[in-house]
Design a binder for this molecule. Structure first.
Ligand code: PGA
Length: 257
């Protein structure tokens, strides 16, 4: 059985102080988040990584970078390496988010290098894939997902694929308020899992967690994770408020707050 994973992608939001306040609110008091039966990962901006890592220490909550460079060091202004993320307290790293692909030019090859660098440093990659609206309308969703999954994970061992996380994030659903229906998510996730199975074998495909992302909210998470191949969620906007994210964790675990 795959443990549901609920990941908060804060994007370029929250100062160090705001990140600390979020963690205190999420963990605080008798209303503190119940961590049984689900895994939580928080991906703050780089500057707030150490503060979040310190704040969640001992709880089992993971901390993720939002991107990385595949080289260990070098003349790459603005970039950060896997080793630097580990030193800052990261356990996971998001790779190939559609905003990185669209706005910063990440190709499947770059995603592949980054994924390998993350694994080599002991980070768990959360590898994002997803089609644009144009691609979906053109009937290309399965082909796009196959290309991104095979390209991004090319050369990995079955064992590595079994431990990493894939996030299906249809580009048209990110930050738009337009969530994929549970049936649309279920269909795409099943396609990703069968692609993983073809490329890396049934065991790897079975243990790899596939998250859904794109306008996930407290009100729709339960229905999405009820789909057989949806193993949790990668949440942007609705993860910025501790109360909202807390409700998403509860819903992702299949319970209500
Ligand atoms: P959203 O973002 O939840 O704000 O749609 C999801 C993501 O980009 O990971």
């Amino acid at each position: 059985m795959r443990t549901p994973l609920l990941a908060a992608n804060w994007k370029m939001y929250k100062t160090v102080g705001e990140a600390e306040a979020f963690v205190s609110a999420l963990l605080g008091g008798t209303e503190g988040v119940d961590l049984a039966g689900a895994e939580i990962v928080i991906a703050p901006p780089f500057t707030a990584l150490p503060a979040v890592a310190t704040g969640v220490r001992g709880t089992g909550i993971g901390v993720a970078g939002q991107d990385l460079h595949w080289e260990a060091e070098g003349a790459f202004t603005g970039a950060i390496s896997a080793g630097m993320l580990v030193e800052a307290g990261a356990t996971h790293v998001i790779v190939g988010h559609s905003e990185r692909r669209r706005l910063f030019g990440d190709t499947d090859d770059a995603v592949n290098r980054k994924t390998k660098a993350a694994l080599a440093a002991g980070l768990i990659p959360i590898v994002c894939v997803g089609e644009t609206l144009e691609e979906r309308d053109g009937g290309e969703m399965p082909a796009v997902l196959t290309r991104q999954v095979r390209g991004g994970l090319n050369g990995l061992s079955a064992e590595q694929v079994g431990t990493l996380v894939v996030a299906y994030e249809p580009v048209w659903a990110i930050g738009t308020g337009r969530t994929a229906s549970a049936a649309q998510a279920g269909e795409a996730h099943a396609h990703i899992r069968s692609t993983l199975s073809d490329a890396f074998g049934a065991d790897a495909a079975d243990s790899c967690r596939i998250l859904y992302g794109g306008s996930v909210k407290p009100g729709n998470v339960k229905e999405l994770v009820a789909q057989a191949d949806v193993d949790g969620a990668l949440v942007g906007g609705a993860s910025l408020d501790p109360n909202s994210f807390h409700q998403i964790v509860a819903g992702g675990r299949g319970t209500e707050l």
